[in-house]
Design a protein around this ligand. Structure first.
Ligand code: ES4
Ligand code: ZN
Length: 319
């Protein structure tokens, strides 16, 4: 039996497996510049975050209808459930779809069809987190938040993703203030490829409650101390870090030292179709390559629920 866990860092578009990509391409009359699933898998050799993002955005072309988004999310939820995921806080990238002519309503309604039935069908509770693309403008992020107003009852929070370096968190101060005023929870990718200063800025300027990746905090002992003191959760993604060459090998991953330092770490899959594994695979990988004990794995699983937005909801409901 896999450990029960929550997945807190998962891009739904990054769960598009090659087989489903070809199925949706055929259904929608979209042609892909790859002969077959093997040829596509050959392209999964990334030099860095940007080389991955190029393929990630390219393959999204097959996602066009509500059914496509529902099928994508259902496939993910089934796989996640099989690996012990009981709760998933799921990112999506509205701007990447709207820019291709897919209306925001199509994306949200499609995802919601799967998420709404997830507890019954898969035993997985869910939340939806809308991410702004940090390599797009601050104005575009504000327009996206405005466009999402009809769907805010289905959206728990906002996040920030895509190409990090050169796009510091402070660029998005205004939209995060607006999101907070609307009662939305706030997270952001920071310290994946970007420097530790971006982590500090995400906390101080954007008011995030959780940092996605946050890996490079280890370069700044004062920042580590602060993250420990303030109990800020980090959503680490070990297999992603290896595939995007943020760490050389899994054995070099700083996760054990981060746990020893008292950081509230969680282990997540990021873009599992591209990075070689879902949540349980990431747990198994850190167990095998980093020699994390069963106790450490249980701590990681417990952290995932503590760091989730579920706990707060339940506390709120109890009050
Ligand atoms: C992402 Cl691994 C990663 N980093 C930043 N943005 C992303 N969007 C999808 N996957
Ligand atoms: Zn991510």
């Amino acid at each position: 039996m896999p450990l029960p866990k929550a997945e807190l860092h998962l891009h739904i578009e990054g769960t598009l497996e090659p087989e489903l990509a070809f199925e949706l391409a055929a259904r929608n009359g979209v042609s892909l510049p790859y002969a077959d699933t093997d040829a596509l898998r050959e392209a999964y050799r990334f030099a860095d975050l940007q080389s991955f993002l190029n393929l990630y955005y390219e393959l999204m072309a097959v996602l066009r209808t509500e059914d496509d988004f529902a099928d994508l999310a259902n496939a993910y939820l089934a796989r996640a459930a099989a690996q012990g995921v009981r709760h998933a806080e799921i990112f999506f990238d509205p701007q990447a779809h709207v820019a291709r002519g897919v209306p925001l309503g199509t994306v949200v309604e499609g995802l919601w069809r799967a998420l709404g039935e997830s507890e019954a069908n898969h035993g997985v509770s869910t939340r939806l987190i809308m991410c702004f693309l940090r390599d797009e403008s601050a104005e575009s992020a504000l327009l996206t938040l405005e466009a999402a107003r009809p769907y805010l009852d289905r959206i728990t929070g906002v996040g920030l993703d895509s190409a990090e370096v050169g796009h510091p968190p402070a660029k998005f101060r205004e939209v995060y203030e607006a999101a907070a005023a609307l009662g939305l929870r706030r997270v952001a990718h920071a310290g994946e490829e970007g420097p530790p200063e971006y982590v500090t800025e995400a906390l101080d300027v954007l008011g995030v409650e959780r940092v996605d990746h946050g890996l490079r905090c280890v370069e700044d002992p004062a920042l580590v101390e602060r993250l420990v003191r303030e109990r800020i959760p980090l959503t680490l993604c070990p297999l992603s870090n290896v595939r995007l060459r943020t760490v050389d090998t899994l054995a070099d991953h700083p996760l054990p030292a981060m746990l020893d330092a008292g950081l509230l770490c969680t282990v997540n899959s990021d873009d599992p179709a591209y990075f070689g594994g879902y949540a349980g695979d990431n747990f198994a990988a850190v167990h095998e390559s980093l020699g994390l004990s069963r106790d450490r794995l249980r701590e990681l699983a417990r952290n995932s629920f503590l760091a989730s937005f579920l706990e707060d909801d339940e506390e709120r409901r109890a009050r």
